[in-house]
Design a protein. Structure first.
Length: 103
């Protein structure tokens, strides 16, 4: 009996938080929060590095605020010494040659 009452109390604490509506953000609002351009946002979404958007009508796309907050928290956990993108490779010099081009 006591265990059943504890379970009910636990579900009552969780239920109101889940019953609230989730806040939806449009593209402009997301770009105000995330410091990237529009194209980068869609590339990140397509590659799975950013939360997926949801269409609420044929021409209306939104993101859920709680998913973006979770993404921001995950970004904070990354190693600050991580490598950069493909364009930031270390340039190597061929043995016995210099880096200049001859014509």
């Amino acid at each position: 009996m006591i265990e059943a009452n504890q379970r009910e109390a636990e579900t009552e604490d969780v239920a109101p938080a889940k019953s609230r509506p989730r806040r939806m953000l449009d593209e402009k609002q997301v770009l105000e929060i995330i410091p990237v351009g529009r194209t980068t946002l869609y590339r990140m979404e397509k590659s799975g590095r950013f939360p997926k958007s949801t269409y609420i009508s044929p021409n209306r796309r939104v993101w859920f605020e709680d998913e973006i907050i979770a993404w921001q928290n995950a970004v904070d956990e990354f190693d600050p010494r991580r490598g950069r993108g493909k364009a930031r490779r270390v340039r190597t010099v061929a043995p016995g040659g210099d880096d200049s081009k001859t014509r």
